[in-house]
Ligand binder design. Sequence first.
Ligand SMILES: Cc1cc2nc3c(=O)[nH]c(=O)nc-3n(C[C@H](O)[C@H](O)[C@H](O)COP(=O)(O)OP(=O)(O)OC[C@H]3O[C@@H](n4cnc5c(N)ncnc54)[C@H](O)[C@@H]3O)c2cc1C
Length: 524
Amino acid sequence: MLTSASTHEVLNQAPPIVPYNVFEADLALREALEREGGAWGVDRLRDTGELAGSPEALAHSERAERNEPILRTHDRYGNRIDRVELDPSWHWSLRQAIEREMHSLPWRDPQPGAHVVRAALFVVWSQVGSGVMCPVSMTYSAIPALRESPELAEEWEPRLTRPSYADGALAGMAMTEKQGGSDVRANTTRAEPLGDGTYEITGHKWFCSYPPCDVFLTLAQAPGGLSCFLFEGRDPGFRIQRLKDKLGTRSLPSSEVEFQAVRGRLIGGEGRGVATIIRMVNHTRLDCLLGSTASMRWGLAQAVHHTRHRSAFDKLLAEQPAMQNVLADLAVESEAATTAAFRIARAYDEQDAPFRRFATAVMKYWVCKRAAPHAAEALECLGGNGYVEESGMPRLLRDSPLNSIWEGSGNVAALDVLRATVKEPEGLPAFLAECELARGGNQLLDAHLDRLLAATAPAEPQFEARRLVEGLALALQASLLVRHAPPVVADAFCAGRLGDGGRAFGTLPSSVDAPAIVERALAA
Ligand SMILES: Cc1cc2nc3c(=O)[nH]c(=O)nc-3n(C[C@H](O)[C@H](O)[C@H](O)COP(=O)(O)OP(=O)(O)OC[C@H]3O[C@@H](n4cnc5c(N)ncnc54)[C@H](O)[C@@H]3O)c2cc1C
């Protein structure tokens, strides 16, 4: 009971959003799953969505983030042990992902829609924490590269795809060196053939996420040129030098490692290192796109929920027109990311190589680049509460730039698209043909497509690379929304991104139906 001395009556604070079903609440995701061939996965997604939005998952997520990994390089007697200590909550989250086949579904059960269902599971579980999704993604992505060597695939694929945390195996990737990450041709790590089919690998890697993995794919200079190798994490020559003190994904141990005569086995031919590991990279890029899609969705849900429960100036924030514009703008960005990500995931099911390769590169660039400003704006919707760790929003913001750096930083990703227009000439036409399917559905999109067709061969290609890729990305997002989303969403996206919308979020023109967009984003 309140007394006159009471000072601590809590008013006008939003209740926790949990429990809520992360999948059920996301209409754009549910529709994308069904549209792109993953309807058979609805039950497992509902189940995963319920767990992802439970107080239990939230508690594990917060605890894993709080209790950061610790590297123990030596035992008490001075022997090297190179062991990373992880909080039990980290293991809980990773175990759930593995047991739910987020690392393996399309390889174990390659039925139509398997990549799409896995993509949806990835988006849902990323919202518990993005850190554990790194080993999940690398293990999933290693399989296409591993299959370049049937003997190694036969040995390792059964373990890498097993949905068992205790008996399965995890794969990592170690490419980046001190002197160059984007330019892997500058790698100095050497691989000397031992004559028995194996190689002795000596050198270092400047970034190696999740060093507890069972196997790693790495690049090293062999006599025939830069080559891809598999080695085992338990190799006595594998040294973890230190863990990175990072901006975000702090629950994930990322490390610097050295190889002291590590025993490696060749995947693909000597000199084919980039061509082999790119098969892995193409899949991790899809996951970067999915991870950033999840980041936007999580931030949006928090922003809408908070503003529906907090009043200022005699009205709920969510009913204030300026806030409605911000929320609607965040919502259309999130839906555009989701819609494009799942169309691309379907291309992995359909082995639609030209569209898949080109669209992955374009959307990896754009969606990952949008994640950080989206997170910053979602955070601001919570005001000062959003700046405080307990809200989870600072963590969202810290984690949000990573996907844009990893697996091809912004410029490199944009230049890769440029390169693909020349080296893989079927990619751009396949991409534009997909965009053209929406022609006639929105005048702004039609005009954008006309401009794009006139601009695909810029005078200063590298200088204009980002501009070109941004134009392509917006075309695909707009065209998919025009074809599949309710007109309120598609029209708002086209008006805001292809019309005379502003630079910041919250600058949609007054013609849009913001309340309808926000209601679709998260049912009240
Ligand atoms: C948290 C985290 C985890 C990571 N985990 C791993 C891992 O597990 N395994 C692994 O191998 N790597 C990992 N990385 C490394 C990551 O892949 C590299 O940092 C990334 O590829 C960029 O390489 P770099 O850091 O050497 O930057 P650089 O190559 O030096 O690039 C610096 C900047 O220059 C730009 N740039 C590069 N080339 C050009 C060009 N030709 N024209 C214009 N601009 C250009 C880039 O876009 C970038 O913005 C991780 C990184 C982070 C942050």
